[in-house]
Write a protein that binds this ligand. Structure first.
Ligand code: ADP
Ligand code: MG
Length: 713
């Protein structure tokens, strides 16, 4: 019996898993129990220290270095009370995941024992050996030092397993010379940039600007779950996160019977554990449901302040994987684990609010609020149209290339969905003010009230990459495996630029002229940038043609989708708002491209290996099986069926020949390190292997089939 058959037999013998054990703890008791949150700080810190730290967290005021020792001491006491033995600076290098290096609190007391220490200096700065993290050329190995710097705006937390607990301190990561080597640093910078420009605009409107404007994110996370034993029989899933071979089974998602269906007990058991773990970390997990594809699910948290929400999404991905493992499942976060079946994305719900939490993308109920709303809405329209190529760059990866534009996910063309009613408002805005308030479908900014906009716009259009959904924008092109930082660094910075231009025109305008000036600013924005608005079906051929006519970029694959990062326009943008220097920007391009190329190389080499060592042998066995049978039949003088079996033998023989030939081509492509060639020979190889899957004796076939991965759980 091969590993595949053993796995299936083993799962079958286990029978149904017991239902989730009853939980004793109440949610409110466990929520945030492993977070050094504001309430804990209040309990553990001297009052003045607490106040100074809170000001940094809530208003972004510079951190008073003098309080670091107090905070460190409090954090240590708290962490020890939680059973922690170690601490780590937790950061987000350009690898796409998170990084940590643990240090224990112990220091010898010179009497043969230890004292447990954690100083302010250790809290504020760390110096991990950074030489093996990607830097895109920023850091030569002789100056390999990197620094981690405490980010007080994201609270420290305890990461635990059955045997240990570690205090994790969210940090930014930069080089000896101060360049960002991570995803958090530019994210924080971009949040500051958009806040500054938003406050200028808000000031023109006479709004409260006593604190910073707050960007918010709710990241919906899609993922697949398959049985761990089956997963272990798929080297491609283990090594690349996706199946390099395999046929779509007769039944997959055609009947739409999985989406929002009853959640199976084993999965619900898993989800409940995930929720518990997330709640302990103060991550507001809210929604859980079955997604479109079989074995596909989604988790959505409540939105939070952007930086925190990104950290929380990184932790959520980690927890999904570790909890899955405990449940004998493997959690697949790849953008396209199964060809021909829906892939997974991450819906990046973005908005911006005033310092007192008023959502600026909420239309509101009076003309003043509406004018403010329309201003921010138009800023986003202008930003996205001006930099749609950069928006596309943020979602470019080897994995997401299989998903974007595959008629299940938004296409590579970035456009904005506003919905019918808001689309109409924008049209009126373009036509410009009526003499009296709103007559003949014209909109007077600051005078008219908007119609009540529907909140459930998402349900009417799921095909748009960037959809306005009632009170936020939902960027759906982000890949399930990606960090949200890239997308939001760009959104923040391009919106900052648009707000900057608007503020510059509004500042100094007399009160009596304000509405008129604003009207003309917004009217001009709509005229110039409405080409990026598309309310139709983004999956159609017609849209591809229409988008081309409108001059919207369609950057299909990663190598071209990353190019906009290198333009003068991008350099100017990021330098102007101090988000990324030219050097930092270019280094990111290098890292992303290298990651793409390396991923394809790995896939190529692995495909070759599997085809040659796992598939070819069983194909040959199949060939022997038939040919021996034909010889046997002939030797006993039987005639029936020989002709037919010979033609089957030809089919198998041809597929084997195809496999061998494309394996040779793939080997050459990997030697030449040409991603284009690798991709095309992998496709040919896949065709041969998938053809053989349909011919070879099922008991011989070594790789778990799609139906087994998607339906056994
Ligand atoms: P839908 O499922 O229709 O997209 P939801 O309201 O459930 O609508 O939103 C999905 C995600 O958007 C959730 O994570 C939610 O918290 C988030 N979200 C809601 N309002 C905002 C906002 N103002 N800023 C950022 N994200 C938001
Ligand atoms: Mg959504």
């Amino acid at each position: 019996m091969n590993l595949r058959k053993k796995a299936i037999a083993s799962i079958a013998s286990k029978g149904a898993k017991p239902p989730a054990s009853r939980r004793a703890e109440s949610i409110s008791d466990i929520y945030g129990q492993d977070v050094f949150n504001i309430k804990t700080m209040k309990d553990y810190l001297p009052k003045p220290t607490y106040k100074a730290l809170l000001a940094t967290i809530q208003n972004g005021t510079t951190l008073d270095a003098g309080i670091a020792d107090d905070v460190a001491n409090a954090m240590k006491r708290w962490a020890l009370s939680k059973g922690a033995s170690h601490y780590t600076h937790w950061f987000q290098p350009l690898t796409g995941s998170t990084a940590e290096k643990h240090d224990s609190f112990i220091e010898p007391d010179h009497e043969g024992g230890v004292v447990l220490n954690f100083s302010g200096k250790t809290l504020i700065q760390g110096e991990p050996d950074a030489s093996s993290f990607p830097s895109g050329g920023i850091r030569a190995t002789f100056e390999a030092r990197g620094y981690t710097a405490w980010d007080p705006t994201s609270p420290a937390f305890i990461k635990r397993d059955d045997n240990s607990a570690t205090l994790c301190i969210p940090t930014a990561f930069c080089s000896y010379t101060g360049e960002a080597l991570d995803k958090k640093t530019p994210l924080l910078r971009s949040m500051q940039a958009v806040s500054e420009q938003a406050r200028r605009v808000l000031k023109c409107f006479g709004e409260n600007v006593s604190g910073r404007a707050i960007t918010t994110l709710g990241a919906e996370q899609e993922y697949f779950l398959i049985d761990k034993e089956i997963y272990l029989a798929r080297p491609d899933l283990m090594q690349t996160g996706r199946t390099l071979f395999g046929n779509v089974p007769p039944k997959h998602q055609q009947l739409d019977d999985h989406y929002f269906g009853t959640i199976k007990p084993r999965i619900l058991n898993f989800m409940s554990d995930v929720d518990q773990e997330l709640w302990k970390l103060g991550i507001p997990a809210k929604t859980r449901h079955n997604e479109v594809a079989p074995a596909q699910f989604e988790l959505a948290p409540m939105f939070e302040e952007l930086n925190l929400s990104v950290d929380h999404n990184m932790l959520t991905m980690e927890i999904l994987k570790t909890v899955a493992d405990k449940h004998g499942l493997a959690c697949l976060m790849h953008e396209k684990p199964f060809a021909g079946i829906n892939g997974s994305g991450k819906h990046n719900n973005w908005s911006i609010a005033t310092c007192d939490g008023k959502n600026l993308l909420d239309p509101g109920s009076n003309p003043h609020q509406n004018a403010l709303f329309l201003t921010f809405l138009c800023a986003v329209i202008k930003a996205v149209d001006t930099h749609s190529d950069l928006m596309r760059s943020t979602c470019a990866s080897a994995g997401n290339d299989h998903r974007l534009g595959a008629n299940e996910a938004p296409p590579a063309i970035i456009s904005i969905f506003l919905g019918e009613q808001l689309g109409d408002v924008i049209n009126q805005l373009e036509k410009g003010p009526a003499k009296s308030a709103k007559s003949g479908g014209k909109m007077a900014v600051g005078v008219d009230t908007l119609p009540v906009l529907p909140r459930d716009a998402t349900d009417r259009n799921r095909t748009s990459p960037f959809a306005f959904t009632g009170n936020k924008f939902e960027f759906r092109a982000v890949g399930s495996n990606q960090s949200c930082s890239g997308a939001n660094i760009v959104i923040n910075t391009i919106v900052a630029e648009a707000l900057d231009e608007i503020a510059t025109k509004l500042e100094g305008v007399k009160k009596s002229e304000f509405n008129k000036t604003l009207q003309s600013i917004l009217q001009n924005i709509v005229k110039k940038h409405k080409k990026v608005i598309f309310n139709g079906d983004n999956y159609t051929e017609d849209w591809l043609k229409e988008a081309e006519k409108r001059g919207l970029p369609n950057l299909i694959k990663t190598p071209e989708a990353l190019k906009p990062i290198l333009t003068k326009k991008a350099e100017k943008l990021f330098e102007k708002y101090a988000v990324l220097s030219k050097k930092e920007l270019h280094s990111r391009y290098e890292v992303f491209l290298e990651n793409y190329e390396t991923t394809i190389m790995i896939e190529g080499e692995l495909a070759l290996d599997i085809a040659k060592t796992m598939i070819l042998p069983v194909a040959i066995k199949q060939q022997q099986l038939i040919s021996k049978n034909i010889m046997n039949l002939k030797s006993v003088g039987a005639k029936a069926g020989i002709k037919e079996q010979k033609s089957t033998l030809e089919v198998v023989g041809n597929l084997i020949a195809e496999l061998c030939n494309s394996a040779i081509a793939l080997e050459e492509s990997t030697k030449a390190e040409s991603t284009k060639m690798i991709l095309s020979s992998m496709q040919k190889l896949r065709k041969a292997v998938d053809g053989l899957e349909k011919e070879v004796d099922d008991t011989l076939w070594p790789l778990p089939k799609y139906a087994e991965m998607l339906f056994i759980y």
